[in-house]
Design a protein around this ligand. Structure first.
Ligand code: CP3
Length: 345
């Protein structure tokens, strides 16, 4: 082991190499569960905070200091590259991204501009600051996948049914492919900027892909996600691909070009492993709601996840989705310690 993020337990587990302990980090580990986050964000809008490298650096480091997690995840949002390329959009607290003029027609798609890496220079700057202070702790970069981004742009905000998204997907497949190709290009530019600035891994969030059948995912979504993941192949860093409710999409999401497939809590890891396919690690998958139960239940569930993850070539412990804002951060700290102690080889 050297003192480089490339030899960290996290990156080694992503590659399926032997590890001293099971690495652990949490989706949404930086954010409202932490009092120090709520304090530093006081009076500063979400998107404004993402554009300030000093704030991004501090917020990204907060959970690393507090919990001792094995990786940091860049503080940003999946809509940041869209805003940078000119989409009029805001993140509304308690709701999520809200788009002023949703994309519904060919003219709307034509208006969407591709991203120039210079438009996200604040992200590159934050990554450089972070890698300098993180030392051997890896930094995970991330972006939203074309389908999940399209769902926000077409619906105009969060949705439960994705009716407008699916109306375009089924009704105007050529327009749909044009939109998703553009989003794949924006996402690839955004991720390549993070890679060039020094991230040690990337996670492509297709959070809402679970709304699709496998056949529709393969036809309408996988080629565009594969363009993103394939476009990063030569970067030589692990690519994690994650979605919620994707029990029947795990194979297709792995085959899109992932080194690690993120699994939500609905699918036990020992059942996910044969699905994700040879040569891939898994990440997950404690139910974030379990953290609200008394500690003995948290411990039992965490040990079950660790044990089910042992059949994988590599397992990165995580939650099955993001940390809920009301989570007691002390439970997260205790969980990190438990994972480290009970997985030490
Ligand atoms: O710690 C981390 O994981 C890094 C930070 C991160 C944020 N968003 C910060 C954030 C990451 C990885 C994301 C990704 C993201 N954003 C996803 C994919 C992950 C997932 O949860 O499935 C999605 C779908 C979004 C879109 C989005 N942005 C939503 C649904 C919300 C929540 C709205 C709310 O207030 O409940 C946001 C806002 C957001 N992104 C917050 C944070 C910390 C909360 C805003 C705030 O703190 O003011």
């Amino acid at each position: 082991m050297t003192n480089s993020p490339r030899d960290s337990a996290f990156v080694r587990a992503c590659r399926g190499e032997p590890v001293p302990h099971t690495p652990v980090w949490f989706m949404r580990q930086a954010g409202r569960s932490l009092p120090e986050y709520r304090k530093i964000r006081e009076g500063i809008g979400m998107l404004d905070s993402c554009r300030r490298p000093d704030l991004v650096t501090e917020i990204t480091l907060q959970p690393v200091r507090r919990h001792g997690v094995d990786a940091a995840i860049l503080f940003s949002d999946i809509v940041v590259p869209l805003v940078a390329s000119g989409v009029d959009l805001d993140i509304v607290a308690g709701t999520g991204p809200v788009v002023a003029s949703p994309i519904r027609t060919a003219a709307d798609v034509a208006r969407l501009r591709l991203l120039d890496a210079a438009e996200v220079s604040f992200v590159s700057e934050a990554v450089r600051l972070l890698t300098a202070s993180l030392g051997a702790t890896p930094l995970i970069g991330f972006a939203g996948a074309p389908f999940t981004l399209a769902s926000y742009l077409i619906e105009g905000g969060p949705s439960r049914t994705y009716v407008k998204t699916k109306a375009m997907m089924y009704g105007e497949p050529a327009l749909w492919d044009e939109l998703l190709s553009k989003l794949a290009s924006i996402t690839l530019t955004f991720l390549r900027a993070q890679v060039a600035a020094g991230v040690s891994a990337v996670q492509l969030f297709d959070s809402w892909a679970g709304a699709l059948s496998e056949a529709d995912y393969l036809r309408y979504v996988q080629p565009h996600s594969a363009a993103v993941l394939g476009g990063l192949a030569s970067a030589g860093i692990p690519r994690i691909h994650f979605g919620v409710g994707t029990g029947l999409l795990l194979h297709a999401m792995g085959a899109a070009g992932a080194d690690v497939v993120g699994v939500d809590w609905r699918t036990p890891l020992d059942r996910a492993v044969p699905q994700v396919g040879e040569g891939r690690s898994v990440q997950g998958n404690l139910d974030p709601a379990v953290l609200f139960a008394p500690w003995p239940a948290v411990e039992t569930e965490a040990r079950r996840v660790l044990s089910e993850g042992r059949v994988a070539r590599g397992h990165i412990f995580n939650l099955g989705h993001g940390v809920l804002p009301e989570t007691d951060p002390e439970v997260l700290t205790r969980l990190v310690a438990l994972i480290h102690e009970s997985s030490t080889r």
